[in-house]
Design a protein around this ligand. Structure first.
Ligand SMILES: C[S@@+](CC[C@H](N)C(=O)[O-])C[C@H]1O[C@@H](n2cnc3c(N)ncnc32)[C@H](O)[C@@H]1O
Length: 204
């Protein structure tokens, strides 16, 4: 008889919220209490699974509103035998505003968020002035937010809103982090489309 692979027997990495009005207890999500990093809009999990493999000393929560993509993250994570990764199906802004404990997150990763290029749709962009306040609320005192996009106009908006918020200051993105690419990023690079990145840490 064929032996079951660890991926087939490992429990699902998809976290089911017990409540949508009480804040999460990160200690209850992972077997080990260690610094928490959150990726908003994880897509198929290409970045998060590889980065979680590189950093077993950190916990990672991938946030994605599409169930099919969340299932991909789950499959990849279980195949890799990861215990420091969880996926959650929720709207990113709602998670930041209502579910993450205050000052609980060591790093936020936001890579290639939907660009909403039409002027009348820009109000739908995730990264705006209000978002900087929500990120500040969720991040620990020395927490960092990492951003990447291929959309020049959206990048300008990201840089403008963080520059206008004095509780953040610009920092370098470590090369080790930049080297771990996302699914969309791999595709952009393959087509020769330039991409942009920026990172901000809490200044106060
Ligand atoms: C353009 S894709 C980028 C995916 C991935 N970060 C990458 O770079 O390959 C944006 C992803 O964010 C998800 N998404 C968009 N808005 C979201 C929101 N408000 N909350 C959670 N996920 C969202 C989409 O379903 C999609 O998977």
């Amino acid at each position: 008889m064929q032996q079951a692979t660890p991926a087939a027997t490992a429990p699902s990495l998809i976290y089911k919220l017990a409540s949508i009005v009480e804040r999460l207890d990160p200690a209850g999500l992972f077997p080990t209490v260690q610094p928490l990093e959150v990726e908003l809009g994880s897509g198929d999990g290409s970045f998060l699974v590889n980065y979680a493999k590189l950093h077993p000393e950190r916990n990672f929560l991938g946030v994605e509103r599409l169930l099919g993509r969340l299932r991909k993250i789950d499959r990849k994570g279980r195949r890799a035998g990861l215990t420091n990764l969880r996926g959650l199906r929720i709207e990113s802004s709602y998670l930041l505003e209502y579910l993450l404990p205050l000052q609980s997150v060591a790093a936020l990763h936001i890579y290639f968020p939907d660009p909403w290029p039409k002027r009348k749709h820009r109000k739908n962009r995730l990264v705006n002035a209000r978002f900087t306040e929500l990120a500040h609320q969720a991040l620990k005192p020395d927490g960092v937010i990492y951003l990447r996009t291929d959309d020049k106009d959206y990048f300008e908006q990201m840089v403008t809103v963080f520059a206008a918020n004095p509780t953040f200051r610009l920092v370098e993105t470590p090369a080790e982090l930049s080297g771990v690419v996302t699914d969309f990023e791999r595709n952009f690079h393959a087509r020769g489309v330039p991409t942009l990145q920026a990172a901000y840490t809490k200044a106060e």
